[in-house]
Each structure stands twice: as structure tokens, then as C-alpha cells.
Design a protein around this ligand. Structure first.
Ligand code: UD2
Ligand code: MN
Length: 595
């Protein structure tokens, strides 16, 4: 029973996270206006813009000695390489930081640590946004950041980005809510860091039990004293002038709730890149999704820079008048750990007299991960529990749409919802039908059985430009890298074989995305694995990271997300196995792509 529930939760988590990533990814690839992955500056070939040398912490080959999380001193022989190869592994300790980081946080903690707590990020705002001015008399914000087992460096970068890019007169406080984390450095070390390095405006609240992000945020909000609450995830970086555009519409109407555009920080490379302007929707499985913004909502003299209506919010990043948060019923305290609260508050805002807007001139980066690295106590599927609650409180007869997608949940217990039903009555909220008709009319065309119309118009997918094509030769043996089995076999290994210049199956293509594609079929890939695992052939995903390879000095072939170089394992063995290893310029690590 328990293990089935755990499995269910894990699959659920995986599904949601993957859906998130996929949706964003699809949008980038199919939207002409997107400035997404295909435009992200890539390490290696060109100067690495997002991390200007002057603010990048330097590191030495003993980079992680002492406190693994502190920004490193600005010294060291590897400095010249830093901007190009920030993820490079120099020793076992680096390898450990990277592997443990992926396991505990599902992102590259080695790069996160090396970035330190301050960095510049590209200003992703539209040029019209940069010309806008805001009244000096704006409400003051309390920033609430709830975290559970967050990487120290990611948490501190979130906090410092707020301190660095927020006018002090608008910042009432930053409330860090520790949701009973287990990681050692989030205990005493964090307290010491706050005490010694941060302003008194940064306050730490500790939950004595794991509450989950929903009750965690309510606890944070109960300590807040500012006019407006701003919620952020614990792995964000706010951009230039992020707060003023959020506060202005709230000042105008305290029932307006606003979200910034969520830019993308790559989990593999920590590269910050711009997101397309999209709005929030959902499907009948009660999963959040991104939708294009109807053109009618983007008109007006301000064009693409004016706040526009969004049927739902993604959940993590939004600002709301504090009094209004309280009178509107905070969150549903019966919801656990993760999931569903974003749709619940979105429906509640619209149905009970407020409005939810996305503000294109406010940009905040968020690390998007491929999976959620934590579970829930007891392994419960909290997304299902929370969704059932919200369906029964807010969706009237439309809850049947959800139950049609998830019939196994029909008789599942979801706890007591009488308080929430009373709240709905007290606030005199409108029906879910009203919400669908007036806020999300697009939803009605796609019932559970109807085929959803394609949301994104494919205006011709841009294929990355090919830079080079040829055989990938190991220079020590003059033998060539090829598939161990057939090059179309997903998950297959690559090995070094005798070169055959007539064999198309030994042809590699190297493109501007820094992908290495064998025989025009699959990409050389180091998915979120331990850095000592060998690379495999996988479907090309186009989002960099695990499929990004850079030819560097000494003919090395460097893998960006692993921070290591491709190496022929045993020169004398005819098996020709390859592996990833610390880059040392040795002959077994030298590769040449010839035409
Ligand atoms: C998205 C939202 C997230 C939340 C979630 C649905 C964004 C960018 N993120 O998922 O904020 O709305 O959808 O519930 O819109 N945390 C705790 N205690 C826990 C679990 C998590 O404090 O038991 C913290 C966690 O450290 C993080 C935040 O809650 O700061 C959100 O968790 P997440 O980053 O795993 O959620 P995400 O971004 O996948
Ligand atoms: Mn998050």
C-alpha cells in the first residue's frame, strides 16, 4: 500500500516537473518571438556573457576546500578558463559536489556554488519597459521565501539578488521560512551568515515540523508587516527593476494580484535566459500549463508591456496586497507539501472579485528542474489530495471533468473542507461556470474527450546550423567514435572502433547548439547521471545541458553539465570503451572532428 502510494507520488512529481519543462521547451521552439534556449549564449566558443569576469568568483583546483558554499576568492590559475567552463571538475571533491547536488537538488550545485551569491543577469525586459517610470510612493513589500533542503548557494543568491536589486525604501523585510530542512548547512551556518552578512531586514522563521510550501507560506505571511506580500521560490534571481512594476498595479487596485514573467535558469548550466511572454492555464487533470496570450489582451498603447489577465498563476512567484491575502482566505491549510495551491488561489481570486495579471516588465529567473528532488512524509500523492480539495470547493459540477480524468480518485478521502466552503459563501464568490465563461473561455472547447487544439503554431522549427560534420577520432589511437550497437538505438553506448570512411554510421554532426549527433539520428548525452557514468546516445532534446559538448584547448571534448572530458578508457583494449574523466589534456582525452 505504502509503496504503491510512494510510487504514485514519485510518478506524479516526475510527470508535473517534466510537463513544466516540456511546455516551456515546446514554446521556445515553436514560437517565433521566443528568445529561449536557441538563443542562449553557449559556453565555450564565444565569450561567456552572463557571468562577467569582474563579478565571477575565481576558483582554484582546490576550489571547494573549507566551506563548500562560500563564494570563492578571486584568484587562481584557472580564472581564464572560468567564464567558459564554470562547471569543470578538477578533483574528486568537485565531482562529489556535482553528483550530490544533482541527487539532492536536481541541479548543478557545483556551478551554483562557484557563481557565488551575487551575479549579474541579462536584462531580459523589453526595451519599452526600460523607459517606464514608476511613482516613488509605492507600497512596501515583505518577501516570503519558503524553503526545504535548498542548496545554500541558491538560497543565498535568491536573497542577495533581492537585496541587490530592490530599492531599500520599498523593502520591508525578507522572511525566510525554513520548512524543517535536514541539511546541516541550513542550520547554524545559515544563522551565522545572516547575522554576520545580512541586514536586519532578513529574518529566519523555522518550522518545527515539515509543513509543506502551502502552510509554510501562510506562516511566513503571518510574520509579515509590509503592505504587500511577495512570494518567491528559494532558487530564484530577480532581475533589474523587478519590484516596482509589480507594486504599481496593486497600489492602483488592492484586489489585483500580479505575477512577474518567470525567466529560466538552466538546472544544468545556471545560464539565465529570457522566457517568452505567456499566460497561465490548466487542463482537466488540474495540471498547470502555459498558453499563448490572446492578441486582444495585448493591444493598447503600451503594447506588449502592459499587464494582462491570466486565468491561473504558476504558483511560486507573485505579489498580493497583504490584507487582501488574509481576507481572501490565505491558502487552504488542509493542503499538504506541494501542488494544486496555485490553481486554488487563482480560481479564488477570479471567482471572489479580484483579478490576476502577469506583468511583462517584471522579470524573475527560476531554476527549472527536471524532477522534484524531495518526497512527502508518508509518500502521499499530495498533488492528488490538494487537487481533490480544490475541485470539491471551487469547481461545482466541473469537478466531474477532473474525476473523469482521474476516476481512481473518486472515492479517495480529501479531509474536511467545510471551512473553505464557508469562506466561499462568506465572500459571495461566483460560480466556476462564470469563471470558465469569463476568464478562460478557451477551456470549454476542450472537454476531457475532445481533442485539444494545438496551442502553439509551428511557424517552422528552426534547425540549429551545422558547424562541422565528420568522423570523431581519438588522437591517441587514430580510431573513431561510433555506436556500440546500432546508432538508432536509444540509450546505446558509444565506443572507439577502426575508422571506416565509407561508413555513414560513423558520421558525427556538430551544430551551433553544441550537440554531437551520430548518423543524423541521436545525440551524445550525459543525462542527469553520476559524472563517472559513460555517455549514451539519446533523442536530441535541444535544451543544452546534458547534450552540450565543447571542443576546447588540448583537443579536449568537454561536457558542459558534467564538467568533465571524454576519455578513451583503455588504449590497449579492443573494446574501445569511453568514459568521462577530469580534464587533464592527456592523449587519451584528445579528439578531433575531421571532415
Ligand atoms: C511550482 C511553483 C511552486 C509551487 C508548485 C505547486 C513556480 C516557479 N514554482 O513548482 O512555487 O507553486 O508549483 O505547489 O511557479 N518547499 C517547502 N516545503 C516543501 C516543499 C517545497 O518549503 O515541503 C519549497 C521549496 O524549497 C521551494 C518552493 O517550496 O522554494 C517550491 O517548491 P519547488 O521549487 O519544488 O516547486 P516547483 O518550482 O517545481
Ligand atoms: Mn521551484
Amino acid at each position: 500500500m505504502g509503496s504503491a502510494a510512494l510510487r504514485c507520488f514519485c510518478y506524479g512529481s516526475l510527470f508535473t516537473s517534466v510537463t513544466w519543462t516540456l511546455l516551456l521547451f515546446i514554446y521556445f521552439n515553436f514560437n517565433e518571438e521566443s528568445q529561449g534556449f536557441r538563443h542562449v549564449p553557449v559556453k565555450g566558443l564565444e565569450p561567456y556573457k552572463p557571468f562577467p569576469r569582474k563579478i565571477s568568483p575565481g576558483f582554484t583546483r582546490d576550489s571547494n576546500k573549507g566551506h563548500g558554499h562560500r563564494p570563492l576568492d578571486n584568484q587562481g590559475e584557472a580564472k581564464a578558463d572560468l567564464s567558459a567552463e564554470l562547471g569543470m571538475i578538477f578533483n574528486e571533491q568537485d565531482e562529489n559536489v556535482r553528483d550530490v547536488g544533482y541527487q539532492k537538488h536536481a541541479f548543478n550545485m557545483l556551478i551554483s556554488n562557484r557563481l557565488g551569491y551575487h551575479r549579474e543577469v541579462p536584462d531580459t525586459r523589453d526595451s519599452k519597459c526600460k523607459k517606464k517610470t514608476y511613482s516613488a510612493a509605492l507600497p512596501r513589500a515583505s518577501i516570503v521565501i519558503c524553503f526545504y533542503n535548498e542548496a545554500f548557494s541558491a538560497l543565498l543568491r535568491t536573497v542577495h539578488s533581492v537585496l541587490d536589486r530592490t530599492p531599500p525604501e520599498l523593502l520591508q523585510e525578507i522572511l525566510l521560512v525554513d520548512d524543517n530542512s535536514e541539511l546541516d548547512d541550513l542550520k547554524k551556518d545559515l544563522e551565522i551568515y545572516i547575522k554576520e552578512n545580512l541586514t536586519k531586514k532578513v529574518k529566519l522563521v523555522r518550522n518545527r515540523h515539515r509543513e509543506g510550501l502551502i502552510r509554510g507560506r501562510m506562516i511566513g505571511a503571518s510574520h509579515a508587516t509590509g503592505d504587500v506580500l511577495v512570494f518567491l521560490d528559494s532558487h530564484c534571481e530577480v532581475n533589474e527593476m523587478w519590484l516596482q512594476p509589480l507594486l504599481a498595479p496593486i497600489k492602483e487596485n488592492h484586489k489585483t494580484v500580479v505575477c512577474p514573467v518567470i525567466d529560466i535558469i538552466s538546472a544544468d548550466t545556471m545560464i539565465y535566459s529570457s522566457s517568452p511572454v505567456v499566460r497561465g492555464g490548466f487542463n482537466w487533470g488540474l495540471h498547470f500549463k502555459w498558453d499563448p496570450v490572446p492578441v486582444s489582451d495585448l493591444g493598447g498603447p503600451e503594447g506588449f508591456t502592459a499587464p494582462f489577465r491570466s486565468p491561473t498563476m504558476a504558483g511560486g512567484l507573485f505579489a498580493m496586497d497583504r490584507e487582501y491575502f488574509n481576507t481572501l482566505g490565505k491558502y487552504d491549510g488542509g493542503m499538504d507539501i506541494w501542488g494544486g495551491e496555485n490553481l486554488e488561489i487563482s480560481f479564488r481570486i477570479w471567482m471572489c472579485g479580484g483579478s490576476l495579471l502577469i506583468v511583462p516588465c517584471s522579470r524573475v529567473g527560476h531554476i527549472f528542474r527536471k524532477r522534484r528532488p524531495y518526497g512527502s512524509p508518508g509518500g502521499h500523492d499530495t498533488m492528488a489530495h490538494n487537487s481533490l480539495r480544490l475541485a470539491h470547493v471551487w469547481m461545482d459540477e466541473y469537478k466531474e471533468q477532473y474525476l473523469a480524468v482521474r476516476p481512481e480518485l473518486r472515492n479517495k478521502d480529501y479531509g474536511d473542507i467545510s471551512d473553505r466552503l464557508a469562506l466561499r459563501k462568506r465572500l459571495n464568490c461566483k460560480s466556476f461556470k462564470w469563471y470558465l465563461d469569463n476568464v478562460y473561455p478557451e477551456m470549454q472547447v476542450s472537454g476531457p474527450n475532445a481533442k485539444a487544439p494545438p496551442v502553439f503554431v509551428n511557424k517552422g522549427m528552426k534547425r540549429p546550423k551545422i558547424l562541422q560534420r565528420g568522423r570523431l577520432m581519438n588522437m591517441q589511437t587514430n580510431r573513431c567514435l561510433a555506436a556500440q550497437g546500432h546508432p538508432s538505438q536509444k540509450g546505446g553506448l558509444v565506443v572507439v572502433k577502426e575508422c571506416d570512411f565509407t561508413d555513414k554510421e560513423q558520421t558525427w554532426t556538430y551544430n551551433e547548439e553544441h550537440e554531437l549527433i551520430l548518423s543524423n539520428l541521436l545525440c551524445l548525452d550525459m543525462s542527469e547521471t553520476r559524472s563517472s557514468d559513460p555517455p549514451r546516445l539519446m533523442k536530441c532534446h535541444g535544451s543544452g545541458g546534458s547534450q552540450q559538448w565543447v571542443f576546447g584547448k588540448h583537443n579536449r571534448l568537454y561536457q558542459v553539465s558534467v564538467g568533465q572530458c571524454l576519455k578513451l578508457l583503455d588504449v590497449t583494449s579492443h573494446k574501445g570503451y569511453v568514459t568521462m574523466a577530469i580534464c587533464d589534456g592527456s592523449p587519451s582525452q584528445q579528439w578531433h572532428l575531421d571532415n
